[in-house]
Design a protein around this ligand. Structure first.
Ligand code: ZN
Length: 249
């Protein structure tokens, strides 16, 4: 199985975007144990469909990534990609159209902090400029959110960005067409491992919200893991039918 893991914040709040530090440490121990191959995100797409591998991603670029996650990842030489909201760098995640009141407001890394992480080998991806629901904005705004984010990251960090994570996983055909002009790969919140025939601009990821709990990630590759994933995906789909599209954070 090939899958991309999505973390947001490493903190003890228990919110839907949070994984507790102790649990994250357990994940890192397991990921570093050799139980599964951990590859850089860009490499994942080049692996054969039957490879057994994960890539690690973090959305939003919270300050606690630098404080809690990066040192552990660095220590164990685990690659990771950080998806940056370029217009919110150095501020916080009070985006305005946040769908879940349980999500705490937390500080985001500034450009200096992001620069240090890049020097340590952390990969950077785009997560738009202001974190909107991309299906709800005008074509001109959509272009500004996509192209604008790559421009800002290039100006501030001096690097070309080839990958985007869509805020809330909110994507439709128009968004994909626009994203294809500026990015090589795009990541959704669709709760699935990678498949042989994924559109590179609509790659699924496993949000760690759905893999919380002792031993859950560590059951990777077992029938229990597959069944859990399937059940959570069904429940999530049902919730989206009831409450509208674009679940996730
Ligand atoms: Zn986000």
């Amino acid at each position: 199985m090939r899958a991309i893991l999505t973390y947001h914040s490493i903190d003890d709040s228990g919110s839907p975007i949070s994984v507790a530090p102790a649990e994250f440490r357990a994940h890192v121990r397991w990921l570093a144990s050799g139980a599964v191959r951990v590859v850089p995100l860009a490499e994942m797409a080049t692996l054969p469909a039957d490879a057994d591998a994960v890539a690690i991603t973090f959305d939003d670029a919270f300050e606690n990534f630098a404080a809690m996650a990066a040192p552990l990842l660095h220590e164990h030489r685990l690659p990771a990609t950080l998806f940056v909201v370029s217009g919110r760098v150095g501020r916080d995640n009070a985006w305005g159209d946040r769908p879940d009141p349980r999500v705490p407001t937390l500080p985001l890394l500034d450009w200096t902090g992001l620069g240090w992480l890049v020097e340590e080998g952390i990969e950077i991806g785009a997560h738009t400029r202001t974190h909107p629901h991309l299906t709800r904005i005008s074509p001109a705004m959509l272009e500004d959110e996509l192209l604008g984010s790559t421009d800002e990251i290039r100006r501030k960090l001096g690097m070309a960005v080839r990958e985007i994570a869509y805020p809330y996983g909110d994507v439709n055909e128009d968004v994909v067409v626009a994203a294809r002009r500026h990015f090589v790969r795009g990541y959704t919140t669709r709760l699935q491992p990678l498949a042989r025939d994924n559109d590179p601009l609509q790659l699924p990821r496993l949000d760690m919200f759905y893999l919380r709990g002792p031993g859950r990630l560590e059951s990777w590759g077992s029938a229990r893991f597959d069944q859990h994933l399937w059940l959570r995906a069904q429940a999530r789909r049902l919730r989206q039918v009831l409450t509208g599209p674009a679940g996730g954070w």
